[in-house]
Design a protein around this ligand. Structure first.
Ligand code: ZN
Length: 99
């Protein structure tokens, strides 16, 4: 069983979690100033990273809080988790991932 380390609760079974998309996607401060292309890119365009990818996860069947995780998409291993609002930790695996 895969365990995910919730930054608030500790390690829990993966079935308690839901995927929430790419992390660190900032909402434009004034969307009304964007043209349709820029707004569509914000809404729909995401990285398709091979290697370490920053993702949002939610501990849906636990504390119900969102947090961020660094997952290696080539091995499906979660390398680190951190609270929303905290900076992305740097990992040795980041070197050469081209994020
Ligand atoms: Zn939790």
């Amino acid at each position: 069983m895969l365990l995910i380390d919730c930054p608030y609760c500790g390690k829990r079974p993966e079935i308690e979690f839901t995927y929430g998309g790419q992390a660190h996607v900032a909402r434009p401060s004034d969307p009304g100033l964007l043209d349709d292309q820029s707004w569509a890119e914000y809404l729909y365009m995401r990285a398709n990273t091979k290697g370490v990818h920053a993702e949002r996860w939610r501990h849906a069947h636990g504390c119900a809080r969102f947090f961020n995780a660094l997952r290696d998409t080539t091995s499906d291993r979660i390398l680190a988790t951190y609270k929303t609002g905290e900076p992305r930790p740097q990992l040795a695996a980041d070197a050469g991932s081209g994020r």
